[in-house]
Ligand binder design. Structure first.
Ligand SMILES: Nc1nc2c(ncn2[C@@H]2O[C@H](COP(=O)(O)OP(=O)(O)O)[C@@H](O)[C@H]2O)c(=O)[nH]1
Ligand SMILES: [Mg+2]
Length: 482
């Protein structure tokens, strides 16, 4: 899992602090030492670490945090905010040309993920803006590079322009641009060659392509696993090409975090997207605040919610919200949700995005057995219509019948119903903005560091979604009355 070591060490440093109640200057110094080491070990750039530690310390001392209430908590907040700032504060959208086509050129070392990311980004634009992209195959050196892009193109149904491997890449790009003009493509992606290391010849070729294509966006694709080296690479490319943004790939692997935390601060160029898997849909907008939460082990609740929202259609989501608010969520809805979750993908990945679940030692060996889900379904399917719609009537004799019908032991039926009721209660409380009942349900470390972090993340999440939700809810209610 990405950031595992860093998260563990940062959490430990801050839990130690929290245990103290009062925080002395020397406690602060000790904590900052631990944070500094944690960052250096995660391969964060030395200068970035130095600045980071200095800023956090100054803020902690300057605001008289140590004399105030909950100093440890305040320091956690400062660390979170400064991590966010280091990574760029807010998400930066893709540049767009006022006149079509918007030209996006890729650059990066061999194997960084350029070709894959071209496909991911083209698919994203297709899905989100009904874009009609053209992809230009300008890597003529790597064997099978063109076929690879063509395969990607077939997969996402986007055309590829290519002239084989015997034509100069600059000429390929020139003709590709012409074709895009003729076909009125609104986006052009240029998939370029990489080398194992930066070299003069490659840089010149890329500079020449840039001159021909006048890209609106030059995206440097960086493999997050390469840590500190990534920063040197980025500087090399940037000096020659003046890149406009960075895409960090392979954040699904066990990167230590160095690249994510250093690139922005060192190059001044925003990270625009992150690649989190090999599938064409595994590309996400980079949100510095969410990444800071993730690094601090607070999970990435917003991305999870967005993933869920994409699966639900609007109307369904409204209905579900209503049911949760009115506490009429029943087993039919439960099965609906299971179906939705199935569509969202790998359950383990999803679980890990939930605050308190990510980096929770108890979850280290977490696996969600598809069999368990099948059992849950079997139990629900053995309920009568009436039972599904009104779970309160599930008395012992009904439960025994369900157990027999589903072939599951009675204790499993009881446990499942209990969990259902707990979840229902929790969702209802959350929808009212009440977190008091939640801590026990999530990880059970209510008073500890983790519990507070969960609360912070949850509160922020609700603040952000509340307004939208209120509007939606009112609309849905009105519609219902009609
Ligand atoms: N796990 C993971 N693998 C990736 C990601 N992005 C790219 N890859 C893989 O990295 C390898 C090199 O990617 P490719 O697009 O060919 O790199 P290029 O040489 O820069 O064009 C391929 O096996 C990709 O599937 C990512 O975000 N996560
Ligand atoms: Mg490639």
């Amino acid at each position: 899992m990405a950031f595992e070591g860093l998260t563990e060490r940062l959490q430990k440093a801050m839990t130690n602090l929290r245990r103290k109640g009062k925080v002395s200057e020397s406690d602060l110094r000790q904590t900052m030492r631990e944070i500094r080491l944690a960052l250096l070990e995660a391969d964060v750039n030395f200068t970035v670490v130095k600045d980071f530690v200095k800023t956090v310390r100054e803020r902690a001392l300057g605001a008289k945090v140590l004399e105030g209430l909950n100093p440890a908590q305040q320091i956690v907040k400062i660390v979170n905010e400064e991590l966010t700032k280091t990574m760029g504060e807010t998400a930066v959208p893709l540049n767009k040309s006022p006149k079509i086509p918007t030209v996006i050129m890729m650059a990066g070392l061999q194997g960084a993920g350029k070709t894959t990311t071209v496909g991911k980004l083209a698919l994203k634009l297709k899905n989100e803006q009904k874009a009609r992209p053209l992809m230009i195959a300008a890597d003529v050196y790597r064997p099978a590079a063109i076929e690879q892009l063509q395969q990607v193109g077939q997969q996402i149904d986007v055309p590829v322009f290519e002239l084989g491997t015997d034509v100069d890449p600059v000429e390929i790009v020139r003709q590709g641009m012409q074709q895009a003009q003729e076909n009125h493509n609104d986006y052009v992606f240029i998939d370029t060659a990489g080398r194992l290391q930066i070299d003069e010849q490659l840089m010149n070729e890329l500079a020449n392509i840039k001159d021909v294509a006048h890209p609106d966006e030059i995206l440097l694709v960086i493999d997050a696993m390469t840590g500190q080296n990534a920063v040197n690479t980025a500087e090399g490319f940037d000096t020659k090409l003046d890149v406009t943004g960075v895409i960090l790939t392979k954040l699904d692997g066990d990167t230590r975090g160095g690249a994510a935390l250093s690139i922005r601060a060192v190059t001044g160029k925003p990270i625009k997207f992150i690649g989190q898997g090999e599938k064409m849909t595994d590309l996400d907008v980079f949100h510095p605040d969410r990444m800071a939460d993730r690094i601090l082990g607070m999970g990435d609740m917003m991305t999870l919610i967005e993933k869920a929202q994409k699966q639900f259609d609007e109307k369904q989501a409204e209905e579900m919200n209503l049911k949760i608010q009115e506490n009429t969520f029943d087993f039919n809805d439960f099965i609906d949700q299971l179906d939705q979750v199935d569509k969202m993908g790998n359950m383990e990945d999803i679980m890990k995005m939930i605050p308190g679940v990510a980096n929770n030692p108890a979850m280290k060996n977490f696996t969600m057995d598809p069999k368990d889900i099948a059992h849950v379904r079997a139990i629900v399917y053995s309920m009568t219509k009436q039972e599904k719609a009104d779970p309160d009537i599930l008395n012992p004799s009904r439960r025994r019948r369900i157990a027999a019908g589903s072939g599951r032991p009675i204790h499993e039926v009881n446990r499942m119903i209990k969990q259902f009721n707990q979840t229902k209660k929790m969702m209802n409380q959350m929808s009212k903005g009440n977190f008091a009942g939640m801590e026990g349900l999530m990880g059970g470390n209510g008073g500890g560091f983790g519990g507070k972090m969960q609360q912070m993340a949850m509160k922020r999440m609700v603040r952000q979604t509340k307004k939208k939700k209120k509007k939606k809810l009112a609309k849905a209610l009105r519609r219902r009355k009609r």
